[in-house]
Design a protein around this ligand. Structure first.
Ligand code: SF4
Ligand code: FES
Length: 244
């Protein structure tokens, strides 16, 4: 096997090692391809498809974060077809998920002129905020199902396997086995899931309580009592949390 591969990306030649993804080859020559589910320290699974590009000879668009380079490949990263696809993905996301705390996605919405009101009949996902531990909250109305949190909880970092996908189709969500509260699972509260979440769906408890109008003293009291009780509460979206 050749130890180097030469291809063109947006008509610019680039030479990389075999096994390199189109995304990484593009980065090498300064071509920016948008990503959402991809994270440099997580296994790429090609879930969101915002990174699609056109590859000459390929019938379908290719996700750049998992598509590998090949000798003589010709890649175009910003054709009309590619941009239409990215715009549609953004419009579909905006129609069903609260993206108010997803700054990267908001930037893409502007860059790709996505019409966030394109699907007015789409049903927004509005599960309650899950507040079941003293460390962080889970607000899955903001979850885009990128899977990063599941991966860092599993083989990409912590090997704890406390969370995974649950449900199917519209009901798909990140959850725990038998919907147990996090303290009842294998979760060790390392916080890695919070660190990789791109949308604010996972948020440190203190930050979330401050945003909901709690004082430092109230927060101390609330987290202290929850540490003892391990209680689970579901808080309707956009409602100020009630102090126990
Ligand atoms: S909670 Fe955050 S990291 Fe986990 S799948 Fe949802 S958006 Fe991704
Ligand atoms: S960034 Fe490539 S599929 Fe999500």
């Amino acid at each position: 096997m050749a130890d180097k591969i030469t291809l063109t990306i947006d008509n610019q030649p680039v030479t990389v090692a075999p096994g390199t993804t189109i995304l990484k080859a593009a980065e090498q020559i300064g071509v920016k391809i948008p990503t959402i589910c991809y994270h440099d320290y997580c296994t790429a699974n090609g879930l969101c498809r915002i990174c699609v590009v056109e590859v000459e000879g390929s019938r379908t668009l290719v996700p750049a974060c998992i598509g590998k380079v090949s000798e003589g490949m010709k890649v175009q990263t910003h054709t009309e077809r590619v941009e239409t696809s990215r715009r549609t993905i953004l419009e579909m996301l905006a129609s069903s998920v609260d993206l108010s705390e997803a700054p990267d996605i908001q930037e893409y919405i502007v860059e790709y002129h996505a019409d966030t009101a394109r699907f007015p009949e789409a049903e927004e996902r509005q599960p309650s905020v899950i507040d079941d531990n003293p460390m962080f909250i889970r607000d899955y109305a903001k979850c885009i199902l990128c899977w990063r949190c599941v991966q860092v909880c599993a083989d990409d970092a912590q090997y704890t396997y406390a969370i995974n996908f649950t449900g199917r189709g519209y009901e798909t969500q990140i959850g725990t086995f038998f919907n147990k509260s996090l303290p009842e699972t294998t979760c060790v509260f390392c916080g890695q899931c919070v660190g990789v979440c791109p949308t604010g769906a996972l948020k440190p408890k203190r930050e979330w309580l401050l945003q909901n109008g709690f004082s430092q003293n109230e927060i101390m009291e609330l987290t202290r009592s929850q540490r003892k009780q391990h209680t689970r509460r579901e808080v309707p979206v956009a409602n100020k949390v009630e102090q126990e």
